[in-house]
Design a protein around this ligand. Structure first.
Ligand code: 13P
Length: 291
């Protein structure tokens, strides 16, 4: 099993973040892995519950194994926003190298209880499985929104974050600091970086994860990495590139029906965005440390 924890430790030491790119089909997977291979960067492939239902849990595990062997690039496979212990078991048994248990809708104590059970199960199967928990109410889905309203009470509270990581022992914590899933038409909200710094102080070396990476300004992303974010999730920008390139190709060549002639444009569009994100997040360099 790939050592996902060591990869994030290297990112933390190098003051950079590893991108998680969500996929639901072979074309998106190919595009993301082409980008990782081009830039010689480790990468995390994410699948939400809907995405993995579509592509297949065992199927994505095997596809990634095949690409990993061929390219020698470290590829972590994460089960994004998994809402039940039963589903956590399914993905671990299928061979995922990382799991995100999202108990953020549960009462705080219940979230701690189930996250702890997830930790125990994952580590009993393999110590190297990366376990992510979540605190706070993350609004929106991975699509385009007219507007999203963020409330103060949605955000992760530093004192709860401290208790949560102490009680559960999780490897990573997904936080809500003004981030939302999706792209907001008039511009995504700014991140509350002061809150992020307080959370970082409260959780020490626990890896901090920023969901809803699409649409966030480059400046906020760079600042968030400086403060301590080591994993950033991107989905909507890839979906928008996918749909846009496909519509564009078919409007120019409506008679084309051969998939391997239609999809190269789609793959290049997604690959381009993935490469831009990987460059923005920075590459881990062994030995380079935060001041
Ligand atoms: P975006 O759709 O905003 O990129 O967020 C993706 C995400 O956080 C997946 O967990």
């Amino acid at each position: 099993m790939i050592n996902a924890i060591n990869i994030l430790k290297e990112a933390q030491k190098s003051c950079c973040a590893i991108g998680q790119f969500n996929v639901s089909n072979l074309e998106i997977l190919k595009a993301v892995l082409n980008a990782a291979r081009n830039l010689k960067s480790p990468v995390i492939i994410g699948t939400s519950e809907g995405e993995r239902e579509f592509i297949g849990r065992r199927q994505i595990v095997k596809l990634i194994e095949a690409y990993r062997e061929e390219s020698q690039i470290p590829v972590i496979l994460n089960a994004d926003h998994t809402k039940s212990f039963e589903e956590i078991k399914k993905v671990i048994d299928a061979g995922y190298s990382a799991v995100h248990f999202d108990g953020s809708e549960l009462p705080f104590k219940e979230n701690i209880k189930i996250t702890k059970e997830v930790m125990e199960y994952a580590k009993s199967r393999d110590e190297n499985i990366l376990v992510e928990g979540e605190l706070g109410y993350l609004r929106g889905g991975s699509n385009i929104h007219k507007a999203v309203e963020i409330k103060e009470e949605d955000m992760t509270k530093p004192d709860e974050a401290m208790e949560f990581v102490k009680e559960t022992g999780i490897d990573s914590l997904a936080v809500v600091i003004g981030n939302v899933h999706g792209i907001v038409r008039g511009g995504n909200p700014e991140l509350d970086l002061a809150r992020l710094a307080e959370i970082k102080n409260a959780v020490g070396k626990t890896f901090l994860v920023l969901h809803g990476g699409s649409g966030i300004s480059e400046k906020d992303i760079q600042e968030a990495i400086k403060i301590g974010i080591v994993k950033i999730n991107i989905n909507t920008e890839l979906r928008v590139a996918y749909a846009g390139a496909l519509k564009n190709f078919l409007s120019v060549k409506p008679e084309e029906t051969t998939p391997y002639k239609i999809f190269p444009d789609v793959i290049s569009a997604i690959q381009k965005i993935t490469e831009e994100k990987i460059k923005l997040f920075g590459l881990p360099v062994v030995g380079r440390r935060k001041n």
